[in-house]
Write a protein that binds this ligand. Sequence first.
Ligand code: NAP
Length: 226
Amino acid sequence: MMKAWTWTHGGYPEALQKSTLPSTTGLLKPPQIRVRTRASSINPVDVQLMSYPLISHLPAFLVPPHKGVGEDFSGIVEEAGPDSGFKISDEVLGIAPFLPGGTLQETTKIDTKVSAVVRKPADWSWEQAAALPLVWLTARTTIARAESRVKSGKIVILGGSSSCGMYAVYLAKQRGWTVKASCSGRNADFVRSTGADDIIDYTTTHVPEQVKAFAPDAIIDFVGGT
Ligand SMILES: NC(=O)c1ccc[n+]([C@@H]2O[C@H](COP(=O)([O-])OP(=O)(O)OC[C@H]3O[C@@H](n4cnc5c(N)ncnc54)[C@H](OP(=O)(O)O)[C@@H]3O)[C@@H](O)[C@H]2O)c1
């Protein structure tokens, strides 16, 4: 058995339950690995899933009654299938599918063919590694979709200091775009340090006016919080 955070019904945070689940031991399929979790991160989608009424009514063959919490993880490979591309003791980070989910637990079985898993850079902490996957992939996917629209090279990123926004600013600058990003004044220096050319302080200025004056090819909305 292993310790795990799970949920069965209800909204966040009441839905969170400390549970004991059958451990993930058992025969691995060739592309699978078993990872001993060192850190796991929680994203807005985890809160949204717990609060979405339909999911708790789905039949058990689609999702188990005790659904796992979290997709992002970092940890150590305890066991590796022959086609997984990993070996025992590899330090990894990655993202598991949303449902049934479950990385906030002692071990996780990951299918390397359907999940993104990479080796953890040695100088990253476990927490840094587990904080990266979903926000990075979200930023990268969004920037990739913006590419066909950004003709004159100008983009606005709303929420430049949010978890996804900061990577979006970084990736936009990698492409040589001119980036105007909104954030609060206290984060202006931080957002500039990620590469933004100019800042809109949304707490003191009229954001739509500033955006119109800049005339960007695309606007990405990464405003976070509740
Ligand atoms: N996190 C993910 O993995 C993920 C995945 C898919 C989609 N999304 C979506 O992407 C968006 C951002 O999520 P996130 O997790 O990156 O957010 P987050 O880290 O929770 O963002 C928090 C930040 O949002 C900023 N913010 C709040 N109101 C703002 C406003 N009016 N204008 C500009 N910035 C504002 C605040 O910046 P200041 O501190 O500077 O005030 C705050 O620090 C959300 O819509 C989320 O649903 C997130």
